[in-house]
Ligand binder design. Structure first.
Ligand SMILES: *Cc1c(COP(=O)(O)O)cnc(C)c1O
Length: 367
């Protein structure tokens, strides 16, 4: 009987991720269905123990194994060099906006920040509470390097849809990157960076977990008033278990990371991301000006495709019709408007094809 119920529920659930509803939301990424099903099962019965994963004490061996496996998967996916530590922290990228200066100023009074858009400015505003910020154009090589502690960049500007293809030369400074919205969508040469951080909810699972990858020599000089839970060196020394970690978000991340490995890793994700975004940009550029993308072609994001309708009065209708066809959360960032399609790893190529078809059809009918 249980089996009959399971079979009955199946068509409905697969539909959600194929022909049916797809979330193109920027703020919370879709999760692969097999990961969701596994996570749901693990809530009540983890590895056939009859106990739920949330009951695991974070100090126990089982949880330590689970955490170590997630970190090992991440190291394998990104080929993280041995002199880097992977930390699982909390507070999101927004907390990192403060934690980066608190931990990495190392007695200096200034830092360079590339200003590439909305999230750069959020990072800058926060850093200004701790140091002098020299704001630079996105590709400028910092010159006042002697005074500055690091160069900070936002790898993918999620509000505008602008992404670094080539990261700027940081000169002698450690390069620090907020990779929240394009983390694990392409290979990264970690050795070019001093530190990378990413909130988990876009490409690694659930909010509550923040991934930090930091070069070891940068650890240990935090500003004295830094809370211990937010001191990278303290978390590194305690293998991210200084205090209770977000157990379920860590477990979910482990499942997502293992799924990514099974799919061919970030190299395969890069190929898929390129194909998905190329389809949408081809429609944007090929509809005789019905759609327009304000980002220069060489800066266009492959993960976050932002565009406007030339007749902005049609935006609402576009969103309503898309939603009626199961394409959800396509509204642009509240400060920017227009349309935004986020193509995180679990958004399948079929979903991007369906969106491209819809866009072409909408332009034909309304153009
Ligand atoms: C979503 C996002 C953030 C904010 O993340 P929180 O987890 O909400 O703090 C920061 N930076 C970028 C690039 C983002 O896309």
């Amino acid at each position: 009987m249980a089996e009959a119920a399971l079979l009955q529920s199946r068509p409905d659930r697969t539909r959600k991720h194929s022909a049916g509803a797809v979330s193109f939301s920027a703020s919370g990424g879709q999760l692969p269905m097999e990961v969701c099903e596994r996570a749901a099962r693990d809530l009540t019965d983890w590895r056939r123990t009859g106990r739920g994963v949330l009951e695991l004490p974070f100090t126990g061996l089982a949880f330590k194994d689970l955490l170590a496996e997630a970190i090992a998967s991440l190291r394998a996916l990104l080929h993280v060099p041995a002199n880097y530590r992977v930390l699982f922290m909390q507070g999101g990228a927004s907390a990192q906006f403060s934690l980066v200066p608190m931990n990495l100023l190392r007695g200096k009074r200034a830092a360079c920040y590339a200003d590439s858009g909305y999230w750069s400015r959020r990072a800058i505003a926060e850093a200004q509470r701790y140091c002098h910020v020299e704001a630079l154009a996105p590709q400028r090589v910092p010159d006042g390097a002697a005074e500055a502690a690091y160069l900070h960049v936002v790898s993918n500007e999620t509000a505008e849809g602008r992404q670094y293809r080539i990261f700027p030369d940081a000169g002698a400074l450690p390069l620090i990157a907020d990779m929240t919205s394009d983390f694990l969508t392409r290979p990264i040469d970690i050795s070019r960076f001093g530190l990378i951080y990413a909130s988990a909810q876009k490409n690694v699972g659930a909010a509550g977990l923040t991934v930090v990858i930091v070069r070891e020599d940068l650890l240990g000089s935090a500003y004295p008033a830094t809370p211990s839970a937010f001191d990278y060196a303290v978390q590194a020394r305690n293998d991210s278990l200084y205090n209770t970690p977000p157990v379920f978000a860590v477990h979910l991340a482990g499942l997502v990371l293992r799924w990514l490995l099974s799919q061919g890793g970030v190299e395969a994700m890069q190929g898929a991301t390129e194909r998905k975004s190329a389809m949408l940009y081809a429609v944007i550029d090929g509809c005789g000006g019905f759609y327009r993308c304000e980002v220069a072609p060489e800066e266009r994001s492959q993960v976050t495709v932002c565009f406007k309708l030339a007749d902005e009065a049609l935006t609402r209708r576009f969103l309503d019709e898309a939603q009626a066809q199961g394409m959800l959360h396509l509204a642009g960032h509240s400060r920017i408007g227009g349309i935004r399609a986020s193509l995180y790893n679990a958004v399948r190529e079929e979903a991007a094809t369906a969106l491209a078809d819809f866009m072409r059809d909408f332009a034909r009918r309304r153009g």
